[in-house]
Design a protein around this ligand. Structure first.
Ligand code: URA
Length: 186
């Protein structure tokens, strides 16, 4: 592992090497207070090389705007950096293979709060099963690569597209993250 946050080449996951067009690294300032962690790139992210640029990204951007934030104010990344075939969930070994890159990025950014977007990132970071809707907005001290990190469970933005009832749960969790950062309540 180099000091670089961006991964320029990786062949750890044979299936993902076949399915990806490119590696999708995190974007945003390297001193961001808020770090959003999604699951994996989808089709548009794979095409553009940027996380959360599809419909989920629109939901996230709008929610940030509503809170006086722009996309360029926050850091956005994923648990795995390559698009899985047919957008299936990343497999346990793929999450494990990509984990050192995520840990390195978290270490370099040193965010005040990590927002886990959806079930896969929440379970990956908390290391246990998570009932996302029930636990959305909850903050946890999680040891990541030996450092305690404040991690907030949040509904995935895509869930609000399939189930508009999830919208309030999503925005309330974002409010909790922003309040935590603004309040500096550490
Ligand atoms: N969903 C994710 O979890 N990550 C992306 O980058 C896009 C959609």
């Amino acid at each position: 592992m180099t000091d670089e946050i961006d991964v320029t080449d990786c062949t750890r996951c044979p299936a993902l090497c076949d399915s990806r067009s490119r590696i999708v690294n995190g974007v945003g300032p390297t001193d961001a207070s808020l770090l959003f962690v999604g699951e994996a790139p989808g089709r548009q992210e794979d095409e553009t090389g940027e996380p959360f640029v599809g419909r989920s990204g629109d939901v996230l951007d709008e929610a940030l705007r509503d809170r006086g934030l722009a996309r360029r104010d926050v850091r956005i990344t994923n648990c795995v950096r390559c698009r899985p075939p047919d957008n299936r969930d990343p497999r346990a070994e793929e999450l494990a293979n990509c984990r050192p890159y995520l840990d390195h990025e978290i270490d370099a950014i040193d965010p005040e709060v990590i927002v886990a977007l959806g079930k896969v990132p929440s379970e990956h970071l908390l290391g246990r099963s998570v009932a996302v809707t029930a636990e959305a907005g909850s903050l946890h001290d999680v040891s990541i690569a030996g450092t305690p990190r404040r991690t907030l469970v949040c509904v995935h933005p895509a869930a609000t597209l399939y189930d508009p009832g999830q919208r309030e749960t999503f925005t309330a969790a974002l409010d909790a993250a922003v309040e935590f950062v603004d309040g500096g309540d550490q």
